[in-house]
Every structure is written in C-alpha cells, then in structure tokens.
Design a protein around this ligand. Structure first.
Ligand SMILES: NC(=O)c1ccc[n+]([C@@H]2O[C@H](COP(=O)([O-])OP(=O)(O)OC[C@H]3O[C@@H](n4cnc5c(N)ncnc54)[C@H](O)[C@@H]3O)[C@@H](O)[C@H]2O)c1
Length: 333
C-alpha cells in the first residue's frame, strides 16, 4: 500500500484526495496547507491527519507526495520532497519561471527519485485512444494537428495576476498534448493573442484569446486555439490530419439526447468545466503513477515533459511581445 501525503488542500487537491483514497493500492495519510483549516477539512473527509509540510516530508512512513499547492511553490517542494526520498506527482506547471524549472530538473536528476507532472489530459480516454491510433499508424503520417481548448468563463482578474498568464497556466496543457501526440517538440513557436473577452485581463498584462502555431523539423504543423470564454461550456477537441486519414476527439456532452423537430436538430452542451470533463482522467493519472512507482517502471509523464511544455509557454509569451516566431532551441541553450 503506497502511503501518500497531499501538499495543498485547495480546489484540485480535493480531486486528487478522492483519486488517492479510491485507489486500492494507495492510502491518503496526511494533508498540509498554509491554510490549516483547509488541510483539516480534507484530512477529516478522508480519514487522514493534517500536518505541516515539513512533518510530512520528514515522515519516513510516507512513500509519496502529491503536490497540489499554488504554482510558485512547485519547484521548491519537488526538490524538498525528492531530497526526503519521496516519489512525487506534482501539478502543472513545474514553475512560473523556465530557468527555475530547469534548475529543479537538474537538482532532481542527481537525486534520482521519480517525479511525474500532472498533465492529466494524456489520461483522458478519448485523447489516449487518439494517441494509440496515431502510434499504430492508422492515419499514416501525421501532418496537421489542431487543438481547441476553450474555458466556459474567465477566472477573476485576481487569479489572472498570479497565474503566470494564459500560456503558462492554461495553454500549458495543450503544449503538452501537442508533444504527446506529435512525439517530438516543435522547432518554432509563433503566437498571437488579444484581450477581447475582458479588457481587465489585458490591463493585467495577459491575453484571454490566443492562437499558437508550432512548426516541426520534418514539416508537420500544429495549431492551438485558446479562449477563456465559450458560452456553451468547456470545449476540448483534438483533430489530427494524416497522410491516410483524419482522427477527431470530440467533446463529452452532458447527455446524448438529440432533438429533431421542424425547427432543426439540437443536442446537449459539452460538460461544464474540467472537474466534470476530466474526472476519469485524474483517476487514471493517479493509477498510472501508482503502477509506475510500485513497479519501478518509467513514469508516463516526466519532469522533462513539464519543462518542455513550460519552454513552449515561455516561447509563446516572447512571440506575442516580439511579433515573431521564437526558436525553442534558443530558450534551451
Ligand atoms: N491539472 C489540472 O487540471 C489543474 C486544475 C486546476 C489547478 N491545477 C494546478 O494545481 C495547482 C493548485 O491549483 P488550485 O486551483 O487547487 O489552487 P487553490 O488556490 O485552490 O489551492 C492551492 C492551495 O495551496 C495552498 N498553498 C499555497 N502555498 C502553500 C505552501 N507553501 N504549502 C502548503 N500549501 C500551500 C493554498 O493555501 C491553497 O489552499 C496550481 O498549480 C494549478 O495550476 C491543475
């Protein structure tokens, strides 16, 4: 039985607490948060203890920690947890700073403990089926990838100000999805963006609507579209055109009823947001982590994957400022 400490007791921590407790091979033993009441609440809910982070890291009976704290704490906690001998699953992104994330990667590689980054969308049953079909050569050679990722409504501007911006906070998932499906990082990243949904987001120095084009060494192209507002719900689709066909992963709808009348044909909206859409993916992500840690097998998502996606976010941020394509290699020298 893998004994687990949960660092952070906010919104996404609740999802992970459920996954850890529901898995037959893991048990949640301790929870920490700088907001003690939040830690106590989740701990009580799952039969765990509320402790401070240092106590969890020093407890030799705890095998693994799941880091679900605010983004600016991730690199520090990954380093502290691995130095204490824990296996780590850390939420995305690795850090707000690429330089800090790379320093963390270097420190962790010398320690040698397993670190997985929480790119849960890789474990979505639809996206993983699409990936299997690509890898099996079912559409020949992939040529053009399109990722659509629209949130139903923008977060408060107070969140935008500490989020690291749309590319590090939101599109980071899509950068990782592109790397997952294409199987290699792009050569260039070109971004355009605007704050057309909420001018306050623009005043805070961020964009709420963006398109990024990725080019690959062998001529493949990917396009990622993000918006902080889609009034009909969480829009999460992937389409891949290959030399012998097309793969499409469509939205999950609230129900499958289609109404056909003299007025037209209508159906249900997509599920509202990530907590509805990706719940099975969070459980599958945790199961994959437990399997790899217990079996001593390679992790399905690595710290290197987290740094690669963050480099693309940094490139997109730079591209918006300069109006030019940014070479990924220039950021990773
Ligand atoms: N993979 C996903 O789908 C997904 C979804 C949401 C959030 N996230 C990521 O998860 C992280 C948390 O997001 P959230 O929405 O749950 O935020 P949140 O603000 O609800 O929760 C963060 C919690 O961390 C606590 N915290 C901050 N610093 C701490 C420290 N040093 N030690 C202990 N606790 C500390 C805060 O008090 C808060 O309770 C972010 O990095 C975010 O990017 C990922």
């Amino acid at each position: 039985m893998l004994k687990v400490g949960l660092l952070g007791a906010g919104r996404i921590a609740g999802v992970h607490a459920t996954a850890i407790s529901s898995h037959p091979g893991s048990t949640l033993v301790a929870v920490s948060d700088i907001n003690t009441a939040a830690a106590e609440k989740i701990a009580a809910q799952y039969g765990a203890q509320a402790h401070d982070t240092s106590a969890i890291l020093e407890d030799s009976a705890i095998d693994a920690v799941l880091i679900a704290t605010s983004t600016d704490t991730h690199s520090d906690l990954i380093e502290r947890a691995t130095a204490a001998g824990k296996a780590v699953l850390c939420e995305k992104p690795v850090d707000l700073s690429l330089a800090r994330a790379r320093a963390c990667q270097k420190a962790v590689s010398s320690i040698g403990r397993p670190v997985m980054i929480g790119f849960n969308r890789r474990f979505d049953p639809n996206f993983s089926a699409l990936k299997k079909a690509v890898d099996a050569g079912e559409i020949g050679k992939p040529e053009l990838l399109s990722i659509t990722s629209f949130d139903p409504a923008p977060p408060p501007v107070s969140y935008i100000k500490v989020s690291g911006g749309l590319f590090r906070d939101m599109m980071i998932h899509d950068f990782d999805m592109a790397n997952f499906i294409m199987g290699a990082p792009p050569v260039t990243v070109t971004a355009v963006g605007s704050s057309i949904v909420d001018t306050e987001i623009g005043a805070a120095g961020d964009v709420d609507t963006a398109v990024v084009t990725l080019t690959y060494a062998d001529g493949r192209i990917a396009v990622i579209k993000n918006s902080r507002r889609a009034v009909y719900g969480y829009d999460q689709r992937v389409e891949l055109l290959g030399s012998e066909g097309l793969l499409q992963a469509q939205n999950i709808l609230e129900n499958t009823v289609v109404k056909s009348t003299t007025k037209g044909v209508t159906g249900a909206k997509p599920t509202y947001f990530f907590l509805e859409r990706y719940m099975p993916a969070y459980a599958a992500e945790w199961a994959a982590f437990v399997e790899a840690v217990k079996g001593g097998t390679p992790l399905p998502v690595t710290l290197e994957d987290g740094v690669a996606a963050l480099a693309m976010a940094e490139a997109a941020t730079l591209s918006i400022k300069t109006g030019s394509p940014v070479s990924l290699a220039s950021l990773l020298d």
